[in-house]
Structures are given as structure tokens and as C-alpha cells.
Design a protein around this ligand. Structure first.
Ligand SMILES: Nc1nc2c(ncn2[C@@H]2O[C@H](COP(=O)(O)OP(=O)(O)O)[C@@H](O)[C@H]2O)c(=O)[nH]1
Ligand SMILES: [Mg+2]
Ligand SMILES: [Zn+2]
Length: 288
């Protein structure tokens, strides 16, 4: 007899598995199962009141991963429907980080949206001008403050019923947003970790939390290398929809939109210069 559940956290060598009613079991996994991550749907054989053994893992409909050595990607989470790239957007180097994360989401075939957090620190909101390039490309954008709660209603409505993962640089406010979106999120974590082995809650792991309105949100640690996929240079443009859609009009089929003659991308006034600079930086980095 097994029960179905969702992996909500890793605790040392064991996993927290949440059943559909919200009860959590601390589970070991059969060794033959291979890597198991937050967001995996699993079948658990119950042991006692609150422990169990993971017997099988369902096929994943998507994976969130970061590039590992020798092309061995490191799994971060499974079955993510929406990637939320969280940024505080000041200093301006953050623009590059956002663009790299969006390239990562295209590479992993995940839909993505941009969250500008800490708007309490910005004078020109709503409609922060830094987000216009993303709006124009077609990304959904959210302006939030985990401090004041501004923008949180709209964000939670967008997350309802699906699995979303927060990514972005450390310090952008991902965990603070989760605490806002999921009242008591920390409490649930603390209660379990007290009896788990190596049971300290740190932000070096991903955790999955049930949203009050349905659906789940995954808090992830900052992954500075998330966008650094070893992509062939001609694939980088795939992560920039506005560049990809114009590249067919360049004179050269293999145009990289750097300094080639008759480049339709370089000539397009509607392409944001900062986005183009991000793209070119990624191409240069990859060639090195
Ligand atoms: N002013 C302001 N500070 C925030 C906001 N969100 C988070 N912070 C602060 O930013 C710091 C990093 O937040 P944290 O949630 O740990 O970021 P994470 O590394 O992305 O998880 C903490 O000191 C938070 O209190 C916000 O909306 N406004
Ligand atoms: Mg955090
Ligand atoms: Zn071109």
C-alpha cells in the first residue's frame, strides 16, 4: 500500500513528502531511484505515523537545473510550471543577471516571469521603466515589496493552481516573498527540522510550500551560475525572443549580431540596447 505525495524538502539523506491533505512524512528513498528533488511526485510506503519509504518517482514534466561540471546538470526542482526571476534591479548589473536567468528558462523550456521586488525603495513605481523591455518582449512582470506587501495580491493570483519556483540572486528577497505568500512557511519547516537528522534549516536547499489559494511555490537558494549554460553561441539568441524573431532578416544565416554587416538585429530600434548588450556579453563569454 502506497500513498502519493510531493517532495517538499530534503533533510540530510531523507526527504519530506507532503500528501494531498498536507500531512508530512520524513522518508528514505530506495537507492535504485536515483536523484530525487523538491517537486517530485512520489509514491510512499508509510512507516508509522510520520515516516515512510519512497518506492517510486513519477516521470517529470519539467526540471529546474543548474549547469554542473562536464555537462552533468544539477537538479534543483522538478515539475515547475513557472519560473519567477526575482530581482531588486539596482544596481544595474542586475539586468544582466535577469537576462541570463531568462536564457536559462528558455533553455530548460520553462515559462518565466520577472518579479521586481523591493519597490518600496524605488521612487518610480508602478510601471518601473527598467521593466519595459521585458513587458515589450512579452514576459509578465510583477512589482512587489515583501516589506510592505505591495503587489502581493496580483502575484499570488498568478501563482494559483500551479508550481512556481523563485530564482534570482541571493538577497533579492525570494525567501521574504515566500514568507508573505505562505503565512507560517517558516513554522512548518522549523517544526520538522527539530526532529530530523542534520535538521538545520538553511537557505542552501530548495523548499516547497503550499499556497493558501492552491498550488505551490518553491524557494531556491541564489544560483549565480543558473544562466551559465554551456550553450553553443548560435543557441544563445534562442533565449532572447526579440532577437530570435528578427535573426532571419540578417544578411548572413549564421549572423551572431555582433559586428556583421546588414545585421537586422543591430539595426532594430525596438530592441532594447541593454538586452542586446546582455546577449552580446553572453556570446563573448561563451567564446572565451
Ligand atoms: N526594503 C525591502 N527589503 C526587503 C524586501 N524583501 C526582502 N528584503 C530584505 O532583503 C534581504 C534579503 O532578503 P531574503 O528574502 O533573504 O532574500 P533571498 O536571498 O533572495 O532569499 C533581507 O534583509 C530582507 O529583509 C523588500 O521588498 N523591501
Ligand atoms: Mg533565500
Ligand atoms: Zn544579425
Amino acid at each position: 500500500m502506497t500513498e502519493n505525495g510531493l517532495v517538499s524538502a530534503r533533510r540530510g539523506r531523507r526527504f519530506e513528502v507532503r500528501d494531498d491533505g498536507g500531512a508530512i512524512r520524513l522518508c528514505q528513498a530506495r537507492r535504485r531511484l536515483g536523484p530525487i528533488v523538491v517537486g517530485d511526485r512520489v509514491a510512499v510506503r508509510p512507516v508509522g505515523a510520520d515516516e515512510g519509504i519512497i518506492e517510486s518517482v513519477d516521470e517529470r514534466r519539467s526540471v529546474l537545473a543548474r549547469p554542473g561540471p562536464a555537462g552533468r546538470d544539477r537538479l534543483i526542482a522538478a515539475n515547475v510550471d513557472l519560473l519567477l526571476v526575482v530581482t531588486a534591479l539596482r544596481p544595474s548589473t542586475s539586468r544582466r543577471v535577469v537576462d541570463r536567468h531568462l536564457v536559462g528558462s528558455e533553455h530548460l523550456d520553462l515559462s518565466a516571469a520577472v518579479v521586481l521586488n523591493k519597490i518600496d525603495l524605488l521612487p518610480e513605481v508602478p510601471d518601473a521603466p527598467e521593466l519595459d523591455p521585458y513587458r515589450r518582449v512579452g514576459y509578465r512582470v510583477f512589482e512587489t515589496s515583501a516589506l510592505t506587501g505591495a503587489g502581493l495580491d496580483r502575484l499570488s493570483a498568478a501563482l494559483r493552481g500551479q508550481v512556481s519556483a523563485l530564482v534570482g540572486p541571493s538577497g533579492a528577497g525570494k525567501s521574504s516573498l515566500v514568507r508573505r505568500l505562505v503565512p507560517g512557511a517558516d513554522l512548518a519547516v522549523g517544526a520538522l527540522s527539530r526532529r530530523g537528522e542534520q535538521g538545520r534549516h538553511t537557505t542552501t536547499v530548495s523548499t516547497l510550500h503550499a499556497l493558501p489559494g492552491g498550488g505551490f511555490v518553491i524557494d531556491s537558494p541564489g544560483m549565480s551560475d543558473f544562466g551559465e549554460w554551456p550553450l553553443p553561441v548560435e543557441r544563445i539568441a534562442d533565449g532572447f525572443p526579440e532577437i530570435r524573431s528578427r535573426s532571419g532578416r540578417c544578411r548572413f544565416r549564421n549572423c551572431l549580431h555582433l559586428h556583421e554587416p546588414d545585421c537586422a538585429v543591430a539595426a532594430a530600434p525596438e530592441i532594447d540596447p541593454e538586452r542586446l548588450a546582455s546577449y552580446r556579453q553572453m556570446v563573448e563569454d561563451m567564446r572565451r
